[in-house]
Design a protein. Structure first.
Length: 267
């Protein structure tokens, strides 16, 4: 399992900024001035374990360019992703909803960065009953919708449709249209056999919707991908846009080759 490397905010060279997380960017300067000095930048490598089920949670994470998957682990070791979190919100709603741990675990599905805020600072700002409380509660409602719709999708829709939904949710949380991910890892996210993901991805590639290289999926035709997905994505997208008014409009880059890529080291 890869480790999470924490970086001092003053590290040399270009680095993410808290405002790259849209929830943090939506806060007023007054609230930002109270919170930003206590934010710590963390570099999240692929498959890093953020939270383990049942263990105390000490921080809330605000992703900037990473995606984190919340998963439920069965007693037999099987797992299924129940939601994804990216720069639209935060990881760690349990800390301000009255709990100190969660029955699910959280795993990095797309490497990048996040800012973390200590538990005490989160609760202190939340208890002011101001902007952060309102944004966090609205985000929590959006996340609940995603979890509920994922359960419906996993029960009633095909692997092909589930893959389309998962790709779209992931793309919504990235600033480009490339996803560094193996089919084996995707199968673990969806809780299905790898052969099912391979077949579904091959169909999308033949239709010209995606292209595949080893460990890399590029979305070429976003509108077609949305048309092939089930209604579950549209339900989640509509509710998210309604609740999280601060989110920017997403656009797929026309020239996929112009997107800079980084080689990820396996932990």
């Amino acid at each position: 399992m890869a480790r999470i490397r924490h970086i001092a905010p003053a590290a040399a060279g270009p680095s993410p900024h808290p405002r790259q997380n849209h929830l943090l960017a939506a806060l007023s300067p007054e609230v930002q001035n109270r919170l930003f000095p206590y934010l710590e930048l963390a570099e999240l490598s692929l498959r890093s374990l953020m939270y383990e089920a049942g263990r105390p949670m000490r921080h809330v994470y605000f992703p900037t360019d990473s995606i984190i998957s919340m998963q439920y682990m069965m007693e037999n070791g099987a797992s299924t992703a129940i939601s994804v979190v990216g720069n639209e919100g935060l990881l760690g709603i349990t800390l301000y909803m009255g709990g100190e741990s969660t029955p699910s675990r959280s795993l990095v599905q797309s490497a990048g960065h996040a800012y973390r805020l200590p538990r005490a600072r989160v609760k202190d700002e939340f208890n002011r009953h101001g902007e952060l409380l309102l944004l966090m509660l609205r985000y929590t409602q959006a996340l609940i919708t995603q979890v509920a719709q994922t359960a419906v999708c996993n029960r009633h829709h095909s692997i092909d449709q589930q893959l389309c939904r998962w790709l779209l949710l992931s793309m919504d949380r990235l600033e480009h249209n490339r996803l560094t991910m193996t089919q084996e890892f995707i199968s673990n996210m969806l809780g299905v056999r790898r052969s099912g993901v391979t077949n579904a991805a091959s169909k999308l590639e033949r239709l010209g919707v995606i292209s595949q290289q080893r460990g890399l999926i590029t979305v070429l035709d976003r509108p077609r991908l949305e048309s092939l997905s089930c209604e579950c994505y549209r339900v989640v997208k509509k509710e998210t846009n309604l609740l999280l008014h601060y989110l920017p409009q997403r656009q797929v880059m026309a020239d996929a080759g112009a997107v800079p890529t980084v080689t990820l080291r396996q932990g």
